[in-house]
Design a protein around this ligand. Structure first.
Ligand SMILES: [Zn+2]
Length: 422
């Protein structure tokens, strides 16, 4: 028998089932002040340690290295700080290191008082192909004795790295800057003859790109967004696979696109991504707290686009916002809130579970719709979209993420088509 991807996936999941699953954060209550606040300007440059012949750089998009100190021969401590505070604990880092002659170096990553080390270092020699640093080369320091989530993380880590004459990239997750995301958008658009447009500019003047799939003059639409939070690359991977499945030349996807339009904003926060930010936009704000006041241009662009589409007769049935957190988790809304296709989200999650044996995702419904504050609530409240926040774990195996995006898109198309059958 041919081993299907779903089968392999079920084995991976069964193996991980024993580990304690992250149960999610409590729902956001009340309005958050999203008036712009200052963010740091990270000093950029090459940091030279001529006595060792070792050099570090943060002179590239997505980099974060705030300061560095030599603590001994071939030993360095890098301080990572956020763009501003208060901020969630997602300490992003990315830097390059190289040396005059091959050398084993030790790099300690330290964070501010309230933060802990979160992201397993990913290494690359070209900035495109990445693989995680092996566990044996990571020493964790000051780890709290708790299970799962933020407090189980170490206060600092020391990495043993092999420096060489060519730069080694070290990054919290695979580096997908605006340039790379826009490259993906152009590639998929060219391959499937899709439309790329701009719905506005970010605070820093970068384009907010919109990818359109399917029936351009249709009335029935769904919305996909991702990367409100810069380091959340695994959610972005799921979004890519989800969208690629919707755009594919399969019978199902072709049938779906005949009547339906899919709008995708793959990169909500390009400034934050290129600035190597932990969470916020250049306005110093968590964009996913701005869906009731709309003080930031990034959220306003999506709001205005949706309003325009609705005014032109478009009707949205589904909205999905991709993120990353400690573990895979779905933040849904209580079924008592009914949009334009009631029951779609719970039925969809049920179908995904059936399609992937042994898969028991954590599903956390919110019983609060207003104030809208987060994208999901705004999508349902203003446009009747059945809406969900789709979170992928930081360390979820990459092939599993691809499979989840694919299964998710396939089951969604089938379900929407069956629910909207004349
Ligand atoms: Zn997020």
């Amino acid at each position: 028998m041919k081993k299907t991807a779903a089968f392999v996936l079920s084995l991976l999941l069964a193996a991980g089932a024993a580990a304690q699953q992250y149960q999610g954060q409590p729902p956001i209550r009340g309005v958050v002040d999203t008036t712009s606040r200052p963010t740091d300007r990270q000093g950029k440059g090459v940091f030279q340690f001529n006595e060792d012949g070792v050099y570090f750089s943060n002179e590239f998009d997505g980099a974060r290295l705030n300061s560095i100190q030599r603590t001994g021969p071939l030993e360095y401590t890098i301080a990572i700080t956020p763009e501003n505070e208060p901020i969630n604990m997602s300490p992003w880092y990315a830097f390059q290191v190289w040396s005059k002659a091959p050398a084993e170096i030790s790099v300690k990553l330290v964070y501010p008082e309230k933060a802990r080390h979160r992201y397993t270092p990913q290494l690359s020699s070209d900035g495109l192909q990445w693989k995680p640093l092996v566990e044996e080369r990571i020493t964790e320091e000051d780890k709290a004795n708790t299970e799962g989530g933020a407090t189980a993380r170490p206060k600092s880590v020391t990495l043993r790295l092999q420096a060489d004459t060519k730069p080694l990239w070290v990054s919290g997750q695979e580096l997908h800057t605006s340039r790379r995301v826009f490259g993906w958008i152009d590639d998929i658009a060219r391959k499937h003859k899709l439309t790329v447009s701009e719905i506005g500019k970010s605070t820093g003047g970068r384009p907010l790109k919109l990818l359109t799939l399917g029936n351009k003059s249709g009335k029935k639409a769904i919305l996909v967004i991702s990367r409100q939070h810069p380091p959340e690359v695994t959610g972005y991977f799921a979004m890519q696979s989800f969208v690629e499945t919707l755009a594919a030349d399969t019978k199902l996807a072709q049938r779906f696109r005949k009547d339906w339009t899919v709008y995708v904003v793959p990169l909500m926060n390009p400034d934050g991504v290129d600035g190597g930010f932990w969470r916020h936009n250049v306005g110093g704000i968590d964009l996913n707290r701005d869906w009731s006041d709309f003080n930031q241009p990034e959220t306003r662009a999506v709001r205005d686009f949706l309003k325009q589409r609705a005014a032109d007769g478009g009707k949205f049935y589904f909205g999905i916002d991709f993120h990353s957190t400690w573990d895979d988790i779905y933040y849904t809304l209580d079924p008592k809130f009914k949009g334009n296709m009631p029951g779609l989200v719970p039925e969809w999650l049920e179908k995904i579970q059936q399609a992937i044996p042994h898969y028991k995702p954590v599903i956390q419904p919110s019983d609060r719709l207003e104030p809208t504050t987060v994208s999901r609530n705004y999508f349902l409240k203003e446009h009747g979209m059945e809406a969900i926040v789709f979170e992928i774990g930081d360390n979820t195996p990459r092939d599993l993420i691809t499979e989840k995006g694919k299964v998710g898109a396939t089951e969604l198309m089938k379900l929407i088509l069956s629910k909207s059958a004349p």
